[in-house]
Design a protein around this ligand. Structure first.
Ligand code: PEP
Ligand code: MG
Length: 325
């Protein structure tokens, strides 16, 4: 590590003028938790659990999942971990589930949409998360939510499992928070309703960019169009953060955008509560964050949203970096 970065490693993420932004880690296995916290993560903002289901012949059993989550909690030493329920399907196939190939997998059968059919799998995971929540600060996050129906259905399922645990006197965190990935554009227009039912949001900028701009995130032919600096996308992000905060809820961001140093001033300008990224990016991000002024960042975002092209936004960011050093 660069000497300068060590100074910020274990202090909370904040701008030079003292605006707090939690800097969190994205992980995919419990063994990644310890290095994440060593890298200065204040929490785990995204535990992509689908990796626990991939590259094997059958789904993990409840006890295996429970142990995995407990291991992650041990490394967290009281810090929070957001467990995202499995985001299988789309670009993340799992052979033993036999989900048929689709022409349009990103618009197809993935994540929360498959939970009704693979109900035992979903219930088993919720049960494991709830049981592990007795040992630390776990939160639950559901991927690919696109409607209130899905939120209400998940809540019913969760309530049933909680009741069953109570009946059997199995301990769990009664106040466990439930959140959703904000990665399907329809959710942007029902934030008020979502806020009545859930505790927090995490913006999945990878998918939100794909769905808002109608550009396949994996298609090389259209990478030119897949640009999160598109002013329309930035306006979308600004709307989301304002709307969530208007309802006094918490909103983080856990897509790849969070790890791009040049974009950090825009994310600060948005006023996000948390940014979650892969661990190796954390030291540099915390160091850069400590040099930024939140009001300058807000002014930059306002200018960026007035740009007409992504290229103009890129120039603006380069200029900002030159001036800020
Ligand atoms: C996202 O969509 O931004 C995200 C974090 O989820 P994933 O990349 O796993 O789809
Ligand atoms: Mg996603």
């Amino acid at each position: 590590l660069v000497e300068q970065q060590k100074a910020y490693l274990h202090i909370p993420g904040a701008t030079a003028d003292g605006v707090r932004i939690e800097i969190a880690a994205n992980i995919a296995h419990s063994i990644e938790a310890k290095p994440a916290f060593t890298s200065g993560a204040e929490s785990v903002g995204l535990f992509r659990t689908e990796m626990l289901y991939m590259d094997r012949h059958q789904a993990p059993k409840e006890d295996e999942l429970y142990n995995t989550f407990c291991q992650a909690l041990e490394a967290a030493k009281g810090k929070a971990i957001i467990i995202r329920t499995f985001d299988i399907g789309g670009d993340k196939p799992v052979d033993y589930l036999n989900i048929p190939a689709e022409n349009n997998p990103f618009l197809g059968y993935r994540a929360v949409r498959i939970y009704r059919e693979y109900l035992t799998l979903f219930r088993t995971q919720l049960r494991a998360i709830l049981r592990a929540s007795a040992h630390g600060a776990l939160k639950i996050m559901i991927p690919m939510i696109s409607s209130m129906e899905e939120i209400l259905w998940v809540k019913e399922e969760l309530a049933e499992i909680k009741q069953d645990l109570r009946n059997k006197q199995i301990p769990f965190d009664e106040k466990i928070q439930l959140g959703i990935m904000l990665e399907v554009p329809s959710v942007m227009f029902i934030i008020d309703q979502c806020c009545q039912e859930i505790d927090f949001f995490s913006i999945g900028s990878n998918d939100l960019t794909q769905y808002l701009l109608a550009v396949d995130r994996d298609n090389a032919k259209v990478t030119k169009h897949y640009n999160s600096l598109n002013p329309a996308f930035l306006r979308g992000l600004d709307y989301i953060v304002k709307e969530v905060h208007r309802h006094n809820k918490w909103v983080g961001l856990c897509g790849e955008l969070g790890a791009k140093g040049s974009v950090l001033p825009l994310l600060v300008g948005l006023g996000l509560d948390e940014i979650s990224m892969s661990s190796p990016n954390i030291p540099a991000t915390k160091t850069r964050l400590a040099k930024l002024n939140s009001l300058d960042c807000r002014a930059l975002l306002d200018r960026a949203m007035q740009c007409r092209t992504s290229l103009e936004v890129e120039h603006l960011l380069a200029q900002f970096r030159l001036v800020q050093g």
